[in-house]
Design a protein around this ligand. Structure first.
Ligand code: UDX
Length: 437
């Protein structure tokens, strides 16, 4: 099929390359000419395992190309909208200006019979609103929403072999032209047994928001238990193991620590609340405000623990921060708990030296005064306190004896509860996990 993907960020670049891998002819469109040039050379503009290889394979096959000119989408018959929906500056709701602009571009360069499929995460009611903006002179297009569930760090696998597909089409009928076209787009994963739900626009929009709200709630629930554990001498990791054995609960996404961040979960739960207020349903999702607060409290808790461990507070003390990305295998620092803690400690006067294998440049772009180094060892030398905030493998595998020889004070905060406390305590360290004895 001939496809276009409008927006080549964390979502669109991977989606475009994945669609070419599935055998389609794809043009990826982005307003950023530098990014388009990079993608066209087969260079991933951000760190995502496997993306570089997928891009190169697509470009070599001749089925994948990129353009900064929106007119290039006219060569396709089905257009994916994959632009960002960040939090509004100065508000909790989603900024839909990029979605609106992308939709206008597709209408400007598309033709009668084209299919327009949104992938971006949008508040419920957006597709209905977009369909109402189609002018009389615009081409007659069919509109659908096909929410994306990819996780950064696993985006390639999530795109090629998704755990489910959701097609939101007008009226929710499988007979809809867009449902049939999407079934062709995803013919391979569907043949391989990927579950498919064909539904209406509103449900498709809500599925994504509900999934992220649920995941955020699960993480904040266990972090609330961590707060209780801290006050009572219980251990939240054992608690999570014990309740996670109940198949109805499940152990995944029950890792207590410094909490969730990134470009999705935080802004999605805020946008959901903003939309609920518009719908007169503020009370229905008021719990999400608590989830957000629990999550943000974990960041302050780490800063507080740092002060406690250092005795006289962080001012003038050398602190090694391990990790800046919001999670491992990503260079994304949007709403990153790790970056926020590093900046808060620096603001409190600490001499912070941070290491992250891939996110240091993005972190410095947000906070140019942040001191970053290339390796954990460089950050550790002379540190009076070590704080692990992103569970990159090279940090979780640190040896307590070897690390002790580098630092000037054996104090460690395990912000992700991934180290073995006994091993660290045995090597003479003062160890603090979050919600751990
Ligand atoms: C999320 C959703 O998982 C994905 O389906 C959606 O498409 C986009 O948003 P992503 O933002 O890539 O994906 O990250 P995810 O793996 O969900 O992690 C989110 C945050 O939660 C990270 O900061 C992670 O460190 C944190 N987390 C995750 C925890 O603190 N504890 C856990 O148990 C799991």
């Amino acid at each position: 099929m001939r496809l276009s993907v409008v927006g080549c960020g964390y979502l669109g670049a991977v989606h475009a390359a994945a669609m070419a891998e599935l055998g389609h002819d794809v043009v990826g469109i982005d307003v950023d000419a530098r990014k388009v040039a990079q993608l066209s050379r087969g260079e991933a503009p951000f760190f995502e395992p496997g993306l570089q290889e997928l891009l190169l394979a697509g470009l070599r096959s001749g089925r994948l190309r990129f353009s900064a000119d929106p007119a290039a989408l006219s060569s396709a018959d089905l257009h994916f909208i994959a632009v960002g929906t960040p939090q509004l500056s100065g508000g909790a709701g989603a900024d839909l200006s990029y979605v609106d602009a992308a939709f206008a571009q597709v209408l400007a360069h598309g033709k009668d019979g084209d299919i327009v499929v949104g992938k971006s995460t949008v508040p419920v009611g957006t597709v209905e609103r977009l369909s109402g903006t189609i002018g009389r002179d615009a081409p007659r297009v069919t509109l659908a929403w096909n929410p994306e569930f990819l996780r950064e760090g696993h985006a390639v696998a999530d795109s090629l072999t998704p755990d489910r597909l959701v097609f939101g089409v007008a009226g929710g009928s499988r007979d809809d032209a867009a449902a049939a076209a999407l079934a062709q787009v995803y013919e391979k994963p569907l043949r391989d047994g990927t579950p498919l739900i064909v539904t209406d626009w509103a449900t498709a929009e809500l599925v994504k928001v509900a999934a992220n709200a649920f995941l955020a709630t699960k993480i904040s629930f266990i972090n609330a238990m961590a707060e209780i554990a801290e006050a009572t001498g219980a251990d939240v990791t054992q608690l999570a193991d014990a309740i996670g054995h109940d198949a109805r609960i499940g152990r995944r996404f029950l890792n207590a620590g410094v909490g969730f961040g990134g470009g999705c979960l935080p802004k999605d739960i805020r946008a959901f609340q903003a939309r609920a207020v518009e719908l007169g349903l503020a009370e229905t999702v008021v719990f999400l405000d608590e989830m957000d607060k629990i999550n943000l409290r974990r960041r302050s808790r780490v800063v507080e623990l740092a002060g406690e461990l250092l005795g006289s507070g962080p001012a003038g003390r050398r602190v090694a921060v391990l990790g800046l990305a919001f999670k491992p295998d990503s260079d994304d620092v949007r709403d990153s708990p790790a970056l926020e803690v590093a900046c808060a400690l620096r603001a409190a006067g600490a001499e912070v030296v941070a290491a992250d294998p891939h996110a240091a440049a993005n972190a410095r772009a947000r906070d140019p005064e942040l001191v970053t180094v290339d390796s954990a060892d460089e950050a550790l030398v002379g540190a009076e306190l070590v704080i692990l905030l992103t569970e990159w493998r090279e940090f979780t595998e640190l040896d307590p004896e070897r690390t002790a020889a580098l630092v000037s004070g054996r104090r460690i905060i395990d912000g992700r509860n991934v180290l073995d406390p006994e091993a660290w305590i045995g090597a003479g360290w003062q160890y603090r996990g979050l919600g751990r004895r």
